[in-house]
Design a protein around this ligand. Structure first.
Ligand code: ADP
Length: 357
C-alpha cells in the first residue's frame, strides 16, 4: 500500500487538468503475451524531480520505464509527458532520452560522433551540433576525450559518454535504467555523485532512475517508488520513506530494520488491539539512554563485531533478534551481557506487515 499523501484519484485528476512538465502514469498496466507484469500504476513525477524506481529483479521497474519510453505499449492506462498525452506517440516524439546498463555506444565512432548522433539524425546544423557536443561532454567531465574511441575508455568513462549522448538532444526527461550496475563499486559511488551534480547543472531535467540498489536511490532521489511483483508497494520523499516506511517490504528494502511485533494499546492512527510492527533502524538503537532516548528494551548480547568506525551488535529478546550499529562504544559489552537498548520516540514508527494501513 501507499503512503498517506498519495491518492490515485487526485493524481489522475491533476494529470488530466494541469499535466505538469514531468511524467504521469495514469492507471498504466503492461502485459507480455497475456501475463500482467505491471499492474495498474498511478504516480506522478514532478518536472525537475529525480524519482528512483527500486525493487527486486522482475518487479516491473524496467517495464514501467519502457512504457514511458514508448518501447512497450500499455495494456491499459495513459502516460503523460511534459503535459502531453504521450500514450500513442512513437518513442522519438516523446522528448526523452534513455541510458541503459551496457552503454551501447557505437564502437566505430569517436566520442564526439557518438554524442552528435541523435542531433545529426534530427538534421541539426553543424554549429548547434558542435556546441552541444562541447556542452554535453563538459557536463559529464569528458571534454578532453572527444577524439577517443569507446574501446579507449574505461567502463565509467563510457557510461559518462552515454549520458552525454542522451543529454545532447536536450531531453525533457532522462530515463536511466540501471546505468551504473555494470561498474565496480568504487566507480559506482563516484558516478552517483556525478549524476547528482549533473542534475544540479540541469535542474529542469526530470529523471526516472531505475535501480535495484537502494543506496543509489537514497543518495540521488528526491522521491522513491518501491515496486514489488508489478505493483507499487510504497512511494514517498526519500528521507521520509526511509524514516517512516509504511510496510515491512519498504522498511527492509531501504536498509536494515528492526521490526518488533507489538499490539497497539491506544494511538491516533492505529486502532487499539491491532497487531503492528515497531520499526527502528539499527543506528537508532543505542546502549545508553538520555532525555530523548528514553524508551528501552531489555535484551541479551549475542554477538559484537568491531569494524573500524562502526560496531555492530546483535542482541536478542527471546527469539527476536535486534541489530544495533554504534559509532562510539567506550566500554564494549560482551557476549551474554544483559543490555538495555534505548530509542527515541521520533526514531520509531508502527508499520503493517504488508499492504494496507
Ligand atoms: P525489473 O526491471 O524490475 O527487473 P522487468 O520489468 O524487467 O523487471 O520484468 C518484469 C517481469 O516481466 C519479469 O517477470 C520479466 O520476466 C517479464 N518480462 C520482461 N520483459 C519481457 C518480455 N519482453 N517478454 C516477456 N516477459 C517479459
Amino acid at each position: 500500500m501507499i503512503s498517506a499523501a498519495f491518492s490515485p484519484a487526485a493524481v489522475t485528476a491533476a494529470a488530466k487538468e494541469t499535466a505538469g512538465p514531468g511524467v504521469t502514469f495514469d492507471q498504466v498496466s503492461v502485459a507480455y503475451r497475456g501475463a500482467v507484469v505491471l499492474k495498474p500504476l498511478t504516480m506522478a513525477v514532478a518536472g525537475g524531480e529525480i524519482l528512483a524506481m527500486i525493487g527486486p529483479s522482475g518487479s516491473g521497474k524496467t517495464t514501467a520505464l519502457r512504457a514511458v519510453a514508448g518501447f512497450v505499449r500499455p495494456a491499459s492506462g495513459r502516460i503523460f509527458i511534459g503535459g502531453t498525452d504521450a500514450t500513442n506517440l512513437p518513442p522519438y516524439e516523446r522528448g526523452l532520452a534513455m541510458v541503459v546498463q551496457n552503454y551501447a555506444l557505437f564502437p566505430h565512432m569517436r566520442v564526439s560522433e557518438n554524442v552528435a548522433f541523435g542531433l545529426k539524425a534530427r538534421g541539426a546544423d553543424r554549429d548547434l551540433i558542435a556546441r552541444r557536443i562541447e556542452e554535453s561532454l563538459r557536463i559529464v567531465g569528458m571534454s578532453q576525450y572527444s577524439k577517443r574511441f569507446p574501446r579507449e575508455l574505461s567502463g565509467g568513462q563510457q557510461q559518462r559518454v552515454a549520458i552525454a549522448r542522451a543529454l545532447a538532444v536536450r531531453p525533457r526527461v532522462l530515463l536511466l535504467d540501471e546505468p551504473l550496475s555494470a561498474l565496480d563499486a568504487q566507480i559506482r559511488r563516484s558516478m552517483v555523485e556525478e549524476v547528482a551534480r549533473l542534475h544540479a547543472d540541469l535542474p529542469d531535467l526530470t529523471i526516472l532512475y531505475v535501480t535495484h540498489d537502494q543506496s543509489e536511490a537514497l543518495t540521488l532521489a528526491d522521491r522513491i517508488a518501491i515496486l514489488k511483483d508489478g505493483e507499487l508497494s510504497a512511494i514517498g520523499r526519500t528521507g521520509e520513506l526511509y524514516r517512516r516506511p509504511p510496510n515491512r517490504f519498504a522498511a527492509e528494502f531501504l536498509g536494515r530494520a528492526n521490526l518488533l511485533p507489538v499490539v497497539v494499546s491506544g494511538e491516533d492512527h492505529h486502532p487499539a488491539g491491532a497487531r503492528r510492527l515497531l520499526c527502528v533502524r539499527p543506528q537508532n538503537l543505542t546502549l545508553t539512554g538520555d532525555a530523548e532516548r528514553s524508551n528501552s528494551l531489555k535484551a541479551i548480547l549475542r554477538e559484537i563485531h568491531w569494524q573500524g568506525e562502526l560496531t555492530h551488535v546483535v542482541a536478542a529478546i527471546g527469539e527476536q533478534i535486534l541489530r544495533v550499529v554504534a559509532t562510539r562504544l567506550p566500554n564494549p559489552p560482551q557476549r551474554g551481557d544483559r543490555l538495555s537498548l534505548f530509542f527515541a520516540p521520533a526514531d520509531a514508527n508502527l508499520i503493517v506487515e504488508d499492504a494496507g494501513v
